[in-house]
Design a protein around this ligand. Structure first.
Ligand SMILES: Cc1cc2nc3c(=O)[nH]c(=O)nc-3n(C[C@H](O)[C@H](O)[C@H](O)COP(=O)(O)O)c2cc1C
Length: 196
């Protein structure tokens, strides 16, 4: 079987929305294909319209297109293999969570809210024919310094967004293997602790 024909579709015990079943996190992005600005805007709009605790909207984003110094700076602040594969993503987004509200009240759910916003962004992007790969392996202090990030904002992750490439385009054997490895999940019986 060719590397490119391996199914990435989620196996589920009941049908789920196509976008959710087909979404996965690739490492190979085709950097020769432009991502239309409207699709980037649509993804950010999906994040903007997420639910958040008391509608505090504690998410902030640094968005950098490939070919800009900002994109290069984000790549420089990725850890390990992330730096290798993510440089080909057309867009890199630093996801930041506010720590406290303007009056100093701690935003207890801000990382939860940010995660939900990034999930919505991911679903919209996939719906628009793009792929997304989130990364927690980032140099927080490096990003903070490079973008002069406010002390009230915490860089949590970076999202790679772009057009899917082929596994063969990846330069490392390890990355190619990961790209086509079977996708797996814990069974529902393990994650649903009580189902009354
Ligand atoms: C918060 C978070 C951090 C992640 N960090 C990394 C990372 O640093 N590098 C990486 O290659 N993938 C990273 N991932 C991707 C996960 O490994 C991936 O989502 C998981 O293996 C499930 O695969 P799937 O998204 O293809 O279903 C991260 C995902 C999330 C949500």
């Amino acid at each position: 079987m060719s590397l490119t024909t391996i199914s990435r579709t989620a196996e589920t015990s009941a049908p789920i929305h196509e976008v959710l079943a087909e979404r996965w996190s690739p490492r190979s992005f085709d950097s020769s294909v432009e991502v239309p600005s409207e699709k980037i805007t649509a993804a950010l709009e999906a994040a903007r319209w997420s639910a958040s605790a008391a509608n505090t909207q504690p998410w902030r984003f640094i968005v950098a297109r490939r070919g800009t110094t900002e994109h290069d700076t984000i790549v420089e602040n990725l850890m390990g293999f992330n730096q290798v594969w993510a440089s080909s993503a057309q867009v890199l987004i630093v996801n930041l969570a506010a720590i406290a509200a303007e009056d100093g009240t701690p935003l207890r759910w801000s990382q939860y809210d940010l995660g939900q916003a990034v999930a919505n962004l991911t679903v919209q992007a996939h719906h628009d024919g793009l792929h997304v790969h989130q990364m927690g392996g980032i140099e927080v202090d490096g990003l903070r310094e490079a973008f002069d990030i406010d002390a009230n904002l915490e860089p949590i992750s970076v999202t790679a967004l772009g057009v899917l490439g082929t596994p063969e385009a990846l330069t490392s054997d390890v990355l190619r293997e990961r790209e086509v490895a079977p996708r797996s999940r814990r069974p529902l019986e393990e994650i649903v602790l009580v189902s009354a």
